[in-house]
Ligand binder design. Structure first.
Ligand code: SAM
Length: 239
């Protein structure tokens, strides 16, 4: 990957960054996304935030090499602490677990005042992000699911607003699968949930032959519930 051509995953994130945005990419590693956006002249200003020294130095180096130091500020720090209030109108967080992304948003709530759009790409547990958005007055405006190099990724795009209509019917399913994604049911979606279901079924079989306990029984119920949700949503679909 380089800053002329992003991975399909990051390209999908980039697609949702509004023209002329001032955006912060949190967990930016090599700052590929900010560099790509500045190269396209699509954004006014970008912040590349990184908490770990190695990736932070990679970002500093990349931005210098590209000659973008006046347009991209590389900052070291945890989550949204690298942003000043009202400094950006869009935030991207990509390539981490959904629980970590939700924690970053929760801890950085005070910095979200002027932010109009969040573009979030969890590698796992997108449902943790949907829960956070729902609780905090952000509504999904788009979702994508895609496969690249044998891995399946989700991209969630949210703006401030009332999310309740998205979850009016089937709240449990919509949080797990994504209200847009479960309507579209593309090949990557069907593949992801078919694989997850097989995985849960394997664990369920193991639990069924393990000694009985309250914990075991609760876990079995949870898995049976999730398998039922998958069966309802992908019914006769195949990939
Ligand atoms: N965003 C890039 C992408 O999608 O290709 C890099 C993804 S990389 C797997 C995740 C990066 O997030 C790592 O460089 C890690 O150091 C950084 N990170 C993890 N937790 C963070 C946090 N709380 N604040 C800032 N960066 C964080």
């Amino acid at each position: 990957m380089n800053t002329d051509k992003l991975s399909k995953r990051l390209e999908t994130v980039a697609k949702y960054i509004p023209k002329n945005a001032k955006f912060a990419d949190i967990g930016s590693d090599h700052a590929y996304l900010p560099c790509y956006m500045v190269k396209k002249s699509d954004v006014r200003f970008a912040i590349a935030g990184e908490v770990v020294e190695g990736p932070f130095q990679s970002a500093v180096k990349q931005v210098k090499q590209e000659g973008f130091t006046s347009k991209i500020s590389v900052r070291k720090g945890n989550g949204l602490e690298v942003i000043e209030p009202n400094e950006v109108d869009c935030i991207t967080i990509a390539g981490m677990g959904g629980t970590l992304i939700a924690t970053i948003l929760e801890n950085g709530k005070a910095k979200l005042g002027a932010v109009q759009r969040l573009i979030l790409q969890p590698n796992i547990s997108a449902s943790s992000i949907r829960e956070w958005l729902l609780t905090n007055g952000w509504t999904l405006i788009a979702e994508e699911i895609l496969e690249e190099d044998g891995k399946i990724y989700e991209v969630l795009v949210a703006e401030k607003g009332n999310p309740y209509s998205l979850y009016k019917a089937n709240k449990e399913s919509a949080l797990l699968f994504g209200p847009f994604l479960m309507r579209e049911k593309n090949t990557a979606f069907v593949k992801k949930w078919t694989i997850e279901k097989k995985n849960w079924q394997r664990i369920l079989t193991q639990l069924e032959s393990a000694p009985e306990s309250v914990e075991n029984s609760l876990k079995r119920k949870e898995l049976q519930g999730k398998i039922k949700l998958v069966d309802e949503v992908i019914k006769n679909e195949e990939y």
